[in-house]
Write a protein that binds this ligand. Structure first.
Ligand code: GDP
Ligand code: IMO
Ligand code: MG
Length: 430
């Protein structure tokens, strides 16, 4: 029995999809515990590129059962579009996918509210993906949300939509100067998915725990990342869920005592999409270099990702708040041939040195990176399959990051392909 959690250690897009894909072929279930179609995972299989938003990347592992857990927020239109897109390419998605009856639903009014609210914030906007994620989680916590199971009880569905719209229409009309949304329109929208949704719905908490009891392997594929976590991230510039490891337990109904490994995914440098502080951000030719060579454009919204050097303060922090057992270091190949590589080892905050994450938001906004540098290698590493095959300078860089980052680096990505991964320690072997 193995229950492995995959967590982004930085601000997202670390390569969680690829990590899931590599392990997915050897597990029985892949459950997505948080987030919705705000994610964007690119997975390259046999030269074919797949882009997933709402579905877990585990959908590409034919032998695993993919599950949307109770902690996910589901846009049903986006879900079926994504399933149809995959099936048009020959994947078998709808017969394998399971959806938690307790997962919350993104309503059309959540998407409208996300966008109008961002516009209303102006310069203070968070730079959300505009998918209605924040408003849906807000309704969940306010106890006025809609759940998957509600689609199968028309009278409850209507009642819930009606009471949610009582308040939201006031906001839309009086605050944001928009048209009111009709209750029946929203009811019809959800009922139109009922037939396709019904065969997918399960008691996912029971399903996953029974599987673990039977000795099966479950992978929890977290979306987003630690620094976007509503509790542990750079609040308020965060998403509205808990992408950290604890959130994976809540969002899948798997208790913390069952977890066997907690795998942090971290890039060999740092990227961020949307607004918010980012101490190692680059505004020079090296930022552009990482952006170009790393192909750092968001899958979900097509926005360019902001780029910066590796930040070991964040790595140590992420390792601590998630209890990582292992790191999966991705995109080492992107640093080939750049001469010298700066690594942020601590921050200078208004003249004071911080080796660990400062407590206050103001301090973090003022944090200036303190760098040490290491020489880069010039050899092409994209074909390396073992640690020893890496050039000495690449090995030294990895070993230094390991020393600085709070836990061992067990996997190293040297290219986007499934087989472009060096395994130093296999989490499924422990
Ligand atoms: P996720 O959201 O964490 O799944 O990450 P994304 O898919 O949004 O972004 C990661 C990008 O890096 C994708 O385009 C991957 O194909 C790519 N990628 C993952 N690992 C590696 C690697 O080791 N080297 C290179 N060059 N690309 C990688
Ligand atoms: P994956 O799973 C990178 C960012 C948005 C914005 C903030 C809030 O691919 O790593 P939201 O729409 O969630 O309310 O936006 O969070 N964000 C991501 N950034 N990767 C993601 O997902 C993200 N999901 C949300 O850009 O700054
Ligand atoms: Mg992504």
């Amino acid at each position: 029995m193995a229950a492995i959690v995959i967590v982004g250690a930085q601000w997202g897009d670390e390569g969680k999809g690829k990590a899931t894909d590599i392990l997915g072929g050897r597990v029985d279930y892949v459950v997505k515990p948080n987030g919705g179609n705000n994610a964007g995972h690119t997975v390259v299989v046999g030269g074919e590129k797949y882009e997933l938003k709402l579905l877990p990347a585990g959908i590409l592992s034919e032998n695993a059962t993919p599950v949307l857990g109770n902690g996910v927020v589901i846009n049903l239109e986006a879900l079926f579009e994504e399933i149809d897109g995959l099936e048009a390419r020959g994947a078998n998605a709808s017969e394998r996918l399971k959806v938690s009856a307790n997962a919350h639903l993104v309503a059309p009014y959540h998407q409208v509210l996300d966008r109008v609210h961002e516009r209303f914030l102006g310069k203070r906007a968070i730079g959300t993906t505009g998918r209605g994620i924040g408003p849906t989680y807000a309704d969940k916590v306010a106890r006025i949300g809609l759940r998957v199971q509600d689609v199968f009880d028309e009278s409850i569905l209507r009642q819930k939509i009606s009471s949610a719209l009582d308040v939201k229409n006031q906001m839309l009309v009086k605050m944001y100067n928009r048209k009111a949304i009709e209750v029946e329109e929203v009811v019809e929208y959800f009922l139109s998915f009922r037939e396709r949704l019904e065969p997918l719905v399960v008691d996912s908490e029971y399903l996953l725990n029974t599987a673990l009891d039977e000795g099966k392997h479950v992978l929890m594929e977290g979306g987003q990342a630690t620094m976007l976590d509503v509790d542990h991230g750079t609040y308020p510039f965060v998403t509205s869920s808990n992408p950290s490891a604890g959130g994976a337990c809540v969002g899948s109904g798997i208790g913390p005592t069952k977890i066997t490994s907690c795998l942090g995914i971290i890039k060999a440098y740092t990227t961020r999409v949307g607004a918010g502080p980012f101490p190692t951000e680059l505004f020079d030719k090296w930022g552009e270099h990482l952006q170009n060579v790393g192909g750092e454009v968001g899958v979900n919204t097509g926005r360019k990702r902001r780029c910066g050097w590796y930040d070991s303060v964040i790595a140590r922090y992420a390792s601590r708040v998630n209890g990582f057992t292992d790191y999966f270091l991705t995109k080492l190949d992107v640093l080939t041939g750049i001469g010298e590589i700066p690594i942020c080892v601590a921050y200078d905050v208004d003249g004071e040195r911080f080796d660990e994450m400062p407590t206050s938001q103001t301090q973090f906004h003022h944090a200036e990176p303190i760098f040490e540098t290491m020489p880069a290698w010039d050899e092409d590493i994209t074909g390396c399959t073992t640690f020893d095959e890496l050039p000495e300078k690449a090995r030294d860089y990895v070993l230094r990051l390991e020393e600085l980052s709070g836990c061992r680096i067990s996997y190293i990505g040297v290219g986007p392909g499934r087989d472009q991964t060096i395994v130093r320690h296999d989490v499924l072997a422990s």
